[in-house]
Ligand binder design. Structure first.
Ligand code: EZ4
Ligand code: CO
Length: 402
């Protein structure tokens, strides 16, 4: 089965998405998500200018060979732009293979290991009361797991707290908006949120929290200890993970489970953290970690060390990524949880999909392939808009991790 054409579709139904469409001489096509929030056009160019010309005429069935060709053949390995492009090709090729077989993708990955995929939603608010009211709304909708983020007293804005409660969108300006951060009031107030949450929401719901790379290792160790009484499902991105050894220090001090890896793009980013059992959940997902092929390698390594998966699933990962991730989640033995920030109605209309939510779990559906399509006419009505992720400064102006 030969690849006859491939092209990149950029659309912005409320936010930017980059999609790769690969067509074959047998009339089958496949779709892959290539969205890299705030850097969308770099991946579009990487695909259009460098990858697509080398794909034409290749056998679409040789997924692993094409993965190796793009990864090793680039010479310049890894990095988010390269790996988002590799991921998009890989996802589109798995989509084609499953359509050719007439099967939902999870059947090609070994079949279902579970009946549905537990997801977590995002509850946030300026105050603890507001956050808990949002969390109650998720419980009413049947969610089994909820991430809680709340405003830090004295700070104008806080990561994870948004005006639009359902569709958190951090990329809110053409150039980066600037936030002010202070760790001390955050450290003092975060445990209060979870104390109140356990009082109000009880102990049956899984509670999660994202520190979004803002703490030093010793600060993260302190927060992990302070949160222990509230039995979190996980504390995410406690400290930046470029230095995996930093997690040794956190691990020495706390039994709060740790999750890392939404910004990782390779198994090598995750290797030390997994092999030294410094984390409990690996957050990498289809679009940034080398597609289904890359992610399966990471999950297999993680399984050896008792580390579970917890795929990133924010609104900037398109429904195509979500659909593909759900097939992976359903089939992988060491699944943990899947993040699920719902997409806007406009986004869902551009990307019709087979996955469905029921009683706190998502199922990818039974459509052949990954089950997510694109309405190209509708997509064309939403031209690209330049958007950047914010930056953070400390109160004295020093740039800090966002
Ligand atoms: O900041 O996806 O856990 N989720 C997150 C997200 C990320 C965005 C960045 O594009 O941390 O909100
Ligand atoms: Co995160």
């Amino acid at each position: 089965m030969k690849i006859t054409s491939a092209r990149v579709i950029v659309t912005s139904p409320g936010r930017n998405f980059v999609t790769l469409k690969i067509e074959t001489d047998q009339g089958l096509y496949g779709l892959g998500d290539a969205t890299l929030n705030g850097r969308e056009l770099s991946v579009a160019s990487y695909l259009t200018d460098h990858v697509i010309p080398t794909l034409i005429g290749r056998d679409a069935q040789r997924i692993e060979d094409i993965w190796q060709y793009l990864y090793k053949g680039a010479y310049w390995r890894r990095g988010p732009v390269t790996m988002s492009a590799v991921s998009a090709v890989d996802t589109a090729l798995w989509d084609i293979k499953a359509k050719q077989a007439g099967l939902p993708l999870y059947q090609l990955l070994g079949g279902a290991c579970r009946d549905g995929v537990m997801v977590y939603g995002h509850a946030n608010g300026e105050t603890i009361d507001e956050t808990l009211a949002e969390a109650q709304g998720y419980l009413d909708r049947g969610y089994l797991a909820i991430r809680l983020q709340t405003g830090v007293p004295g700070l104008k804005s806080t990561y994870g707290v948004s005006g639009d409660k359902m569709f958190y969108e951090p990329a809110d300006g053409a150039n980066p908006t600037e936030h002010v951060w202070a760790t001390a009031p955050y450290q003092r107030s975060a445990p209060d949120l979870f104390a109140a949450a356990r009082q109000n929401l009880g102990w049956d719901v899984h509670l999660l929290h994202d520190a979004h790379h803002r703490l030093t290792p010793i600060e993260a160790a302190r927060l992990g200890k302070d949160l222990e009484p509230y039995r979190l499902f996980w504390l995410e991105d406690a400290t930046p993970a470029e230095n995996p050894e930093a997690f040794r220090l956190i691990r020495r001090h706390t039994t709060t489970p740790l999750a890392v890896g939404e910004v990782f793009n390779s198994i090598h980013d995750a290797r030390t953290l997994i092999q030294e059992q410094l984390i409990d959940y690996i957050r990498s997902t289809v679009v940034h970690a080398g597609g289904i092929t890359g992610l399966r390698r990471i999950a297999s390594l993680a399984d050896l060390y008792g580390v579970k998966t917890g795929c990133h699933g924010a609104t900037d990962l398109s429904p195509i990524c979500m659909g593909a991730a759900l097939h992976f989640d359903l089939s992988v033995p060491n699944f943990g949880v899947q993040e699920y920030m719902r997409h806007s109605e406009a986004t869902d209309a551009v990307f019709p999909h087979a996955y469905r939510f029921d009683a706190g779990r998502l199922h990818p559906g039974e459509a052949p392939g990954h089950g997510v399509d694109i309405d190209e006419d509708l997509a064309a009505q939403y031209p690209y808009e330049r958007r950047s992720l914010p930056v953070n400064r400390l109160e004295d102006g020093t740039i800090h991790d966002w």
